[in-house]
Design a protein around this ligand. Structure first.
Ligand SMILES: C[S@@+](CC[C@H](N)C(=O)[O-])C[C@H]1O[C@@H](n2cnc3c(N)ncnc32)[C@H](O)[C@@H]1O
Length: 110
């Protein structure tokens, strides 16, 4: 990744992943529900940028970003919700930007 890239952590929660990218010199925006953003803001202050919202409803997530991360989000959403989320997230990327999905899969034994 290029230095000083613009990164969006969509559903970024606690902000630990976002903070790791910020500490590496990138400009990182954390998007989450208002109450969660409040907690992340207390923890990370001005190290991050924040957007409060509902990722099901938001038309835009700001940007353009070089990287959008969806970490541990898609497993909890329906196929239709994921298709919509990924499409809107992709629109917030600059040309050549990347969308990264990090998630888990639960088998029948959880
Ligand atoms: C399982 S946690 C993942 C947190 C972090 N990305 C990680 O990998 O550890 C899911 C996150 O998505 C957020 N979230 C769930 N529904 C949301 C919605 N409709 N709009 C915005 N954020 C939402 C939750 O508040 C939570 O922070």
């Amino acid at each position: 990744m290029k230095p000083q890239s613009a990164v969006l952590d969509l559903g970024g929660g606690h902000g630990r992943y976002a903070r790791a990218f910020a500490d590496a010199g990138h400009t990182v925006t954390l998007f989450d529900q208002p109450a969660v953003v409040g907690l992340a803001r207390k923890r990370h202050g001005e190290a991050l940028r924040y957007i409060e919202g509902d990722f099901h409803e938001a038309d835009s997530f700001g940007g353009p970003y070089d990287l959008v991360m969806l970490c541990n989000i898609v497993h909890g959403e329906s196929a239709a919700a994921n298709a919509s989320l990924v499409a809107r997230a992709a629109r917030s990327l600059r040309s050549g930007g990347r969308l990264a999905i990090r998630d888990m899969f639960l088998d029948e034994h959880r």
